[in-house]
Design a protein around this ligand. Structure first.
Ligand code: G6P
Ligand code: ZN
Length: 543
């Protein structure tokens, strides 16, 4: 086996975004593209000689090929050992757990999360650090700098490693340990949750549907929900990971998981339903007749987590991303918990979790998690919900109604305008940004602005500052609009408009969301002139 040095040149645009580097699959498959980026990771993290890394992905198209390239480059770079999920599969939270359990120095996750997979769809590579979490900006910036001065990379000339066989293999001097992707993760879940109580719930006839969306959580959900907890066979659907996710978007929201929404709204609704995304870190929670928004789910979990053994001693604090609704803030205020507001991106929770300042965190983008790993965790959220339902024996709709009665309701929606021309979207944001100081006191569609700012975050743990994290406009009476450009798109720009209205009146807790938000939506349009500037009459996606 020979180690070879291949000459290359910098490739433009290899800048990691909200969650690693995401590009069209064909871009990643282009000459030197993956190799340059991986070499930049090795250099950006200060070298990987003698280190132990974890490797796995969500099984999308090119996952298997990319894993073999990364293994050969790791061997050439002197990595001591790579722990790989069987067939190069690992859900993102399971990868985070493996890095932590095995005290690895870091890991590479191959995924474009909820984006579709296939030769004409998306691919991604993300580096996670020794705490199991996504690399902080300081490191992703260094990786990016390395991509801009790339001249060569090293790779071993070798045959593919057979990743279907569990156990140890060798690649040059490097050990490749192929592990069952589910086992360690399942035992972590068994430590956090009262599996006996959940088993008893199913034994009493409780029904559920988990839609794995042809993605990586299928094997995890089958093993844990059906085989371990006794959910009726067939409770887990679309459970075999496929390279193109069955041709769909593995995105657990009311658009892409519409069959699940139709099911819970129909006559055959199960007691509980849930879905996860391509790499298993997102979640969607539904019950008979109800879809729970991610922001509400975070609030309910924060209020009830103590019912699960792993959280019995209570929460150190809670955190949410800035655009996430402030429903959890009300729980924090009522329970005397510290509340942190971070920029979008799970990586911003890492320091707070490491420092023990928060136990639970979540985002409007269908992410919820805790200090058990350093990624959001879809199945974990499902199991925490199940544990809470097993303890309370309430219905999902009943839990939500009780929660809103106690804390009030933050009606919430996100409007996305996708694939806008980047210049148009940036011009719109710049124009609004420039007007922020003048907005307080002005009215838009009958709503008076109370405060307006561009969100910047000062990390209380390491003192770093992140600017330009979205524009916040607070209206009198508690409503809020946030404007932000997505950091995860692969085509043009995506404008996200986050809309929130606060209602305490007990008679107004069960109204249609669009009806309650109509006034805030009109104010957002009057403020930003989205239709005039972009030519779009309506959002592409409402979640
Ligand atoms: C990924 C990240 C999340 C983030 C989401 C939306 O899933 O892991 O932390 O909230 O993308 O990001 P975006 O920049 O597209 O709004
Ligand atoms: Zn994901």
């Amino acid at each position: 086996m020979q180690r070879r040095t291949i000459q290359t040149h910098p490739i433009q645009g290899q800048k990691p975004g909200t969650s690693g580097l995401r590009k069209k699959t064909r871009v990643f498959m282009g000459p030197h593209y993956l190799e340059n980026f991986v070499q930049a990771i090795w250099l950006g993290v200060g070298g990987v000689k003698g280190k132990t890394l974890v490797l796995g992905g969500d099984g999308r198209y090119f996952n298997d090929r990319a894993a073999q390239v990364i293994l050969r480059m790791a061997a050439a770079a002197g990595v001591a050992k790579v722990i790989v999920g069987q067939n190069a599969l690992l859900s993102t939270p399971a990868a985070s757990n493996l890095i932590r359990q095995r005290r690895a120095d870091g890991g590479l996750i191959l995924s474009a999360s909820h984006n579709p997979g296939g030769p004409d769809a998306d691919f991604g590579v993300k580096y996670n650090t020794a705490n199991g979490g996504p690399a902080p900006e300081e490191i992703t910036n260094r990786i990016y700098q390395q991509t801009q001065r790339m001249t060569s990379y090293d790779i071993l000339e070798a045959r593919d490693v057979d990743l279907s066989r569990l156990g140890a293999a060798r690649l040059g001097d490097m050990v490749v340990e192929i592990v069952d992707p589910v086992a360690d993760y399942a035992s972590l879940m068994a430590r956090l949750f009262d599996f006996d109580a959940i088993r008893a719930l199913f034994a009493d006839g409780f029904t559920m549907r988990f839609d794995a969306m042809h993605a990586v959580t299928g094997p995890y959900a089958r093993a844990i929900l059906e085989e371990t907890l006794g959910a009726p066979p067939g409770s887990v659907v679309n459970a075999t990971p496929s390279p193109d996710f069955g041709g769909g978007h593995p995105d657990p929201n009311p658009i892409w998981a519409k069959p699940l929404v139709d099911l819970v709204m129909g006559p055959d609704a199960p007691d509980f339903a849930a879905a996860s995304d391509g790499d298993g870190d997102r979640n969607m929670i539904l019950g008979r007749g109800i879809v729970v928004t991610p922001s509400d789910s975070l609030a309910v979990l924060a209020a009830n987590a103590h019912l699960a053994p792993g959280y019995r001693k209570g929460l150190a604090g809670v955190a949410r991303s800035m655009p996430t609704s402030r429903a959890v803030d009300r729980v924090a205020a009522a329970r005397g918990l510290d509340l942190y507001e971070t920029p979008t991106g799970w990586k911003f929770f890492g320091n707070l979790l490491d420092a023990g300042r928060v136990t639970l965190c979540g985002e409007e983008s269908a992410g919820t998690g805790s200090d058990h790993v350093r990624e959001k965790d879809g199945l974990w959220a499902v199991l925490l919900w199940l544990n809470i339902l097993a303890e309370t024996r309430a219905s999902v709709a009943g839990m939500m109604a009780a929660h809103w009665r106690e804390f009030g309701r933050n009606y919430y929606a996100r409007h996305d305008y996708e694939a806008l021309e980047t210049a148009t979207a940036e011009a719109m944001m710049d124009a609004l940004h420039a007007r922020l100081p003048d907005l307080p006191g002005q009215s838009f569609a009958g709503r008076r602005v109370e405060a307006a700012d561009a969100f910047a975050y000062d990390d209380p743990v390491d003192g770093s500052r992140s600017e330009g994290q979205g524009l916040r406009i607070h209206f009198e009476g508690g409503a809020r609009v946030v404007f932000r450009l997505s950091g995860t798109g692969t085509e043009g720009a995506t404008l996200r408009v986050y809309l929130e209205e606060v209602v305490d009146d007990p008679a107004r807790l069960d109204l249609p969301v669009d009806e309650v938000l109509a006034g805030v939506i009109a104010a957002a349009e009057a403020l930003a002139g989205i239709a005039a500037r972009t030519g779009r009459e309506a959002p592409d996606v409402i979640t």
